[in-house]
Design a binder for this molecule. Structure first.
Ligand SMILES: Cc1ncc(COP(=O)(O)O)c(C=O)c1O
Length: 409
C-alpha cells in the first residue's frame, strides 16, 4: 500500500534511482532518455557535476540562513548576476521557491506599485496552482475545477490561436479583444498588470506572434499598466536566448523566473526595477525559505554553465535539428498539423489528442523516451529536453518518435 497522496498525476510509473545529463536510471537498472526534464526544469541536465558540487559545498557551510534574520553571502552575488543576464532595466530581485509563488509575488508587487486592483491574463495561460495563480490559469479546466471560489479581479484576454489560417487577422482580433476588455470589464485605471507567457507553456508551446506581444506592451505603456513576463518555463535558455522576451525586443516591468534557474533545486526569482520595488512596503511580502543558500548556489552554478556561449549555441542547433526532424516526419504523417517553437521549447500539434497519447505511450514503452503533452485539448506533444542534449540524443528521440508514428498509424 502506498502512503503517497493520490493527487499527483503520473507521466510514467518509473522509480528513478539516478540521473545524469539527459538520462535517468530506474531502480531496476533500466535507462530512459528524459525529454520531460522535470517539466522543463533540469536545464543543465540531471545532476550536472558543477551544480551538484555547488549545492553540496554550500550544504557544508549552512543549509538555511533565513533571509529576514541574516543576509547570507550568496544573495547579493546572485542578484548581481541576474541583473547582468535579465533584460535592460531589471536590477532588483526577490527570491522564492516555486513559479506559483513568483507569479503571485509579481501581482502583489504590481498592486502595491500601481495602487490598482485588477490583473489581465491570457487564454491558455498557466501561472501555477495556488489560489490566485489558479485564477490566472486558463489552459485547462482541470486545474481549477473543484476549487471555487477563486480570487476575483482576474480578467482573461484572448491569445492568438497558432492554428488560425490568417495570423495577421488573428493577432488583430486578439488585440481588439484586449482593447474591448479595457473598455468593458477592467478600466485601465483599475488594472495593475498584464501577465503574459511570451511562449505559452502548458497552453501548448505557442510562441506569441511578435505583433501581438508588441501590441500588448504598447497598450500597457499607454495606460500605465505593468507588463509582467512570466518566464518561469521559457526562461534560462529554454528558447535559445536567456529569456524569451529577447526574441521580441521588449522590456518587461517585472519578470518571473523559476524552473531552469537552479537546474532542479527549488528556486524562483522575481526581477523588477528599483523604483517599482521601492513601492513594495517592507514586510508586506516574504517567505521562510526564499533565497535559500543552496538554491542560490545552484542558481549561480547554473548561470555560470549557461554563460559559456557554446551552451545557448547548442540549444539553438539542437532546436533546429529537432524541428527539422519533426518537419520531415510531418511530410509522411498528416496527423501532425504544425511544428512550432523556439530553441528547445518545441511543440508538435496533432490533429487528434488520442494519437498524441498513443505516440507518447509507444515512445515510452518501445523507445524508452519520456515525452509529455500540453495544450487545452491535449493535442500538443511537447519537447523540452535538458538544454545539454546532444546531436545523437536528438537523433535517438526522433527515431523513437518516427517509429511511434508508424506503429500507431
Ligand atoms: C509559465 C509558468 N508559470 C508558472 C508556473 C508554476 O510554477 P511552479 O509549478 O513551480 O509553481 C509554471 C509551471 O509549469 C509555468 O509553466
Amino acid at each position: 500500500m502506498s502512503h503517497l497522496s493520490n493527487v499527483w498525476f503520473s507521466v510514467t510509473p518509473l522509480q528513478v534511482a539516478s540521473g545524469h545529463g539527459c538520462w535517468v536510471t530506474t531502480t531496476d537498472g533500466e535507462e530512459y532518455l528524459d525529454f520531460a526534464a522535470g517539466i522543463a526544469v533540469n536545464s543543465t541536465g540531471h545532476a550536472h557535476p558543477a551544480v551538484a558540487k555547488a549545492i553540496a559545498d554550500q550544504a557544508q557551510r549552512f543549509i538555511h540562513a533565513q533571509v529576514n534574520v541574516f543576509k547570507h553571502d550568496l544573495l547579493e552575488p546572485l542578484a548581481a548576476k541576474l541583473a547582468e543576464i535579465t533584460p535592460a532595466g531589471i536590477d532588483t530581485f526577490f527570491y522564492a521557491n516555486s513559479g506559483a509563488e513568483i507569479t503571485e509575488a509579481a501581482v502583489k508587487l504590481a498592486k502595491q506599485a500601481t495602487k490598482r486592483p485588477h490583473v489581465i491574463v491570457f487564454s491558455g495561460s498557466f501561472h501555477g496552482r495556488t489560489h490566485l495563480a489558479m485564477a490566472m490559469t486558463t489552459s485547462k479546466t482541470g486545474y481549477r475545477a473543484g476549487h471555487a471560489p477563486l480570487p476575483a479581479g482576474v480578467f482573461v484576454a484572448p491569445y492568438p490561436d497558432p492554428m488560425a489560417a490568417d495570423q495577421d487577422a488573428e493577432v488583430a482580433a486578439a488585440l481588439h479583444g484586449f482593447d474591448h476588455l479595457l473598455k468593458a470589464m477592467t478600466a485601465p485605471e483599475e488594472t495593475a498588470a498584464v501577465i503574459l507567457e511570451p511562449v505559452l507553456g502548458e497552453g501548448g508551446y505557442v510562441p506569441a506572434p511578435p505583433a501581438f506581444i508588441q501590441g500588448i506592451v504598447e497598450r500597457c505603456r499607454q495606460h500605465g499598466i505593468l507588463f509582467i513576463a512570466d518566464e518561469v518555463q521559457s526562461g534560462f535558455g529554454r528558447t535559445g536566448k536567456m529569456f524569451a522576451v529577447e526574441h521580441y525586443g521588449i522590456e518587461p516591468d517585472i519578470i518571473c523566473m523559476a524552473k531552469g534557474i537552479a537546474s532542479g533545486f527549488p528556486f524562483a526569482a522575481l526581477g523588477t526595477r528599483r523604483e517599482l520595488d521601492d513601492a513594495w512596503p517592507t514586510g508586506s511580502h516574504g517567505g521562510t525559505y526564499g533565497g535559500n543558500s543552496m538554491g542560490c548556489a545552484a542558481a549561480l552554478a547554473t548561470i555560470e554553465i549557461m554563460s559559456d556561449p557554446a551552451f545557448l549555441a547548442n540549444v539553438n542547433a539542437r532546436g533546429e535539428q529537432l524541428r527539422a526532424g519533426i518537419s520531415e516526419l510531418q511530410r509522411e504523417h498528416d496527423v501532425i498539423a504544425q511544428v512550432r517553437g523556439l530553441g528547445l521549447m518545441v511543440g508538435t500539434e496533432f490533429t487528434d489528442a488520442a494519437r498524441v497519447a498513443a505516440v507518447t505511450k509507444h515512445c515510452f514503452e518501445e523507445g524508452r523516451l519520456i515525452l509529455m503533452n500540453a495544450g487545452t485539448y491535449g493535442r500538443t506533444l511537447r519537447w523540452m529536453p535538458p538544454l545539454v542534449v546532444d546531436e545523437h540524443e536528438i537523433d535517438l528521440a526522433l527515431a523513437a518518435f518516427g517509429a511511434a508514428l508508424k506503429a500507431t498509424a
